[in-house]
Design a protein around this ligand. Structure first.
Ligand code: PBG
Length: 329
């Protein structure tokens, strides 16, 4: 009598053909969104804490878009580095028709009509204090901010953004933006809500990239979620869906994959995750030291998002990963 089990799970791991057949999840370029920083500076500049990621002139952003299209990455998420001279307490630069982000949207939509263009709705690039909302006597005021965010969203829709992505975490903003868009005839402009967005320490490199870190005093804990909370995140998602959000996002990604799974299982809606700047910085720093295998770790980390249930991932590694997938194929 052999003392070995009849069932040997290693049989399905024994060679690459069977591993491929039984694989439960795959990473596809089609599931990736590339965040792109844009600048009005004369030249693109690398973000020191994000090796390989740049603040791009519009010409260079077009080149990135071209690569995305050719590799099957379906969408970009744009973030502006705004000239400090244009930052004012009312953040009105955010809805000026000819501002940097609107010029970027128009140019990219003109050159690549099929490429999805997603833009943030929040004031941090425009606020001299680096906050996402209006600061009145030390308090981030909700309703006044939401009214103004609708103006920003409308301006982005007019420029041609396919999807607006409120990342500000004010209460009621999805509903207000939906109503505002619909009233102006932008019924087909989608809302990707940063629904479960934590007050995280992983956003540091992003704030360096857009130039808001020096300005930001304190933290964003009165509007972004406490990292201790999970059930509250489900309430955020429920409310944003009720208010008309088309897709929801969890952010950061890897440290919060539990939320990706819970959101997907609870609501069954298109669920995205944002592998944020600090996550990118961690991986790249370790790779530069020779401590992690760059190609393998990128594919593995993206696969973990898929396994958790993410329909798509915003990642600064989108083009790298798409390239690796092409080499693999
Ligand atoms: C702004 C915004 C942030 C990110 C996306 N939109 C920063 C913040 O909330 O402070 C972070 C993205 C990243 O770290 O890659 N509302």
């Amino acid at each position: 009598m052999p003392s070995f089990p009849r069932t040997r799970l290693r049989r399905n791991r024994a060679s690459s053909f069977i591993r491929s057949l039984v694989a439960e999840n795959r990473v596809n370029a089609a599931d990736l969104i590339l965040p792109v920083f844009v600048t009005d500076a004369a030249q693109s500049s690398e973000v020191a804490s994000m090796p390989g990621t740049y603040r791009n002139t519009l010409d260079d952003a077009v080149k990135l878009a071209e690569r995305a299209v050719s590799m099957g990455v379906p969408a970009l998420a744009l973030f502006p580095e705004v000239d400090p001279a244009l930052k004012t307490p009312d953040c009105s630069e955010s809805w000026r028709e000819d501002n940097l982000i609107n010029r970027a949207v128009r140019r990219l939509k003109a050159e690549f009509p099929e490429l999805g263009i997603i833009t943030d709705v929040a004031f941090d690039p425009y606020n001299p204090k680096g906050h996402d909302g209006y600061l009145v006597q030390g308090v981030i005021v909700n309703d006044e901010t939401v009214t103004a965010l609708v103006r920003q969203a409308l301006s982005l829709a007019e420029a041609g953004a396919d999807i607006v992505a409120p990342s500000d975490m004010m209460d009621g903003r999805c509903g207000a933006i939906r109503d505002g868009l619909d009233a102006e005839g932008f019924t087909n402009v989608g809302i990707m809500s940063y629904a479960v967005k934590y007050a995280s320490a992983y956003y540091g490199p992003f704030r360096d990239a857009i130039g808001s870190s020096g300005a930001l005093k304190g933290d964003k804990k009165t509007y972004q979620m406490d990292t201790a909370n999970a059930l509250e995140g489900l309430r955020e998602v429920e409310m944003d869906l009720d208010e008309g959000a088309d897709t929801v996002m969890v952010k950061p990604g890897l440290p919060y994959l539990d939320m990706v799974t819970r959101v997907k299982e609870t609501f069954g809606v298109p669920t995205f995750a944002y592998q944020v700047s600090g996550e990118y910085a961690q991986i790249m720093a370790a790779c530069q030291n020779g401590w992690l295998d760059h190609d393998k770790v990128w594919l593995e980390t993206l696969l973990s998002f898929k396994r958790a249930g993410a329909d798509g991932v915003l990642t600064y590694g989108a083009l790298k990963v798409a390239e690796l997938l092409q080499e693999d194929a």
